[in-house]
Design a protein around this ligand. Structure first.
Ligand code: HEC
Length: 179
């Protein structure tokens, strides 16, 4: 069960770098990435749309943590920046079995949530959450969330979608053999 992983990762290495760059840009202004201009004092219609900068939270974080993870033991992610983290995968109860038996051609139904949650390897403290939700029409919505559910990225996030397009079935990598 190793083959597809290595292939996908080789092709995806640049996507991963893009991901890292994306998050750095999104969170921190730096010399190469200056803070957005200050719009105070400009006419109201020119001001930044407040709704796009307001902190938003994903409401289902607590519910999801109540599900039994599909992986017995936390593992080192091969796809997401692992840092000092281990990961666990959670799947909507109605799709749990389908996910565990994922094979080419499998599709998960609309409404299903699949999430890979990181935890600190030493302390077990919750870290970032990588979430996919099946939309009407069959597309996945991707989300990157903080441990408390704060949404950092949401939608057809290109690095997520690109790398996951290389996965086993329905943009999902599934459970690795031995986990
Ligand atoms: C460089 C490739 C890559 C990128 C970019 C990536 N992933 Fe993943 N993802 C993986 C791999 C490989 C796995 C399999 C488990 C592991 O090793 O972490 C995975 C597992 C997952 C899972 C568990 C479901 C499954 O079986 O695939 C979810 C949910 C997920 N990723 C969401 C996301 C989201 C959301 C993003 C963007 C914020 C993202 N991923 C970006 C490679 C990637």
């Amino acid at each position: 069960m190793q083959g597809w992983y290595h292939g996908a990762l080789g092709r995806a290495a640049s996507a991963l770098l893009a991901t890292l760059g994306l998050y750095a840009c999104a969170t921190r202004p730096s010399p190469g990435n200056p803070a957005p201009p200050d719009h105070r004092g400009e006419p109201a219609e020119k001001a930044i749309d407040e709704s796009s900068s307001r902190t938003r939270y994903w409401a289902r974080m607590a519910e999801l943590r109540g599900w039994t993870p599909v992986t017995d033991e936390p593992f080192v992610s091969l796809g997401h920046p692992p840092g000092n983290h281990l990961a666990r995968i959670y799947v909507s109860p109605e799709a749990r079995e389908t996910y565990q038996n994922l094979q080419p051609g499998t599709t998960l139904p609309v409404g299903v949530v699949v999430a890979e949650l990181q935890q600190d390897a030493a302390t077990g403290r919750p870290g970032l959450g990588y979430v996919m939700t099946k939309q009407e029409g069959g597309r996945w919505e991707f989300m990157l969330v903080e441990a408390d559910g704060e949404i950092l990225e949401q939608g057809q996030v290109p690095p997520c979608a690109r790398c996951h397009a290389e996965a086993v079935a329905d943009s999902l990598f599934g459970v690795r053999a031995g986990e």
